[in-house]
Design a protein. Structure first.
Length: 201
């Protein structure tokens, strides 16, 4: 099986135990055929079926729909070596990266302790993973530490307002990254902003 197939399989089959810890909750939800048909007219189509989601204080932070998988999988294909991730979420991209032998270590920054308690135990048996309770904007990396690849995914909505924070994070960790930094939905957001500027003219 190719590494891309392994990553796809890891993301599609990844599940966390439903439960609730403080503000964090993992549960399942179902997408009906009618709801799925409505979604095919958008870029973020979702097929009928049962999915999982992570909620923070009742707000959906992420899910394991195909749209979510597609928005993470490119980085999972590319990254190797030492990796830094801002945002634990459900741990879906983390699980995918751990299928790669070329991944030596992964540091995850997550500011919500309840998310760490809920999701973190899924990775306790892999010594390549270090989960740190910290805000990515405020955390101070160890002196001299660099990562081969860095992924930022801390946003709930697909909104061009996120670009300001994306730029801030990429500048902060720019000298700490050997190869490439990426952020969730960044390319799409920059395209949307570009189109908005054209419409103004």
């Amino acid at each position: 099986m190719s590494f891309k197939c392994k990553i796809n399989e890891a993301m599609e089959n990844y599940r966390i135990t439903p439960g609730e810890v403080g503000t964090a909750k993992a549960d399942t939800f179902e997408v009906s055929k009618s709801a799925s048909m409505a979604s095919i007219f958008s870029r973020d189509s979702v097929f009928p079926g049962e999915y999982q989601r992570l909620l923070i204080s009742g707000c959906v932070m992420m899910s394991n729909t195909r749209m979510e998988i597609n928005s993470n999988i490119g980085f999972a294909y590319q990254a190797e070596g030492s990796i830094l991730i801002s945002g634990l979420g459900m741990g879906m991209i983390l699980r995918a990266l751990l299928t790669k032998e070329a991944v030596t270590d992964i540091t995850v920054l997550e500011k919500n302790p309840d998310v760490i308690k809920l999701v973190g135990p899924n990775f306790k048996d892999d010594d390549r993973v270090t989960i740190i309770e910290a805000d990515a904007f405020e955390w101070k990396p160890p002196k001299g530490k660099k990562w081969d690849y860095i992924w930022h995914d801390i946003w709930v909505d697909i909104c061009t307002d996120n670009l300001k924070e994306i730029t801030k994070l990429k500048r902060k960790f720019g000298k700490r990254c050997v190869h490439e930094q990426q952020a969730w939905m960044e390319s799409r957001l920059r395209y949307i902003r570009q189109q908005d500027k054209k419409r103004r003219w």
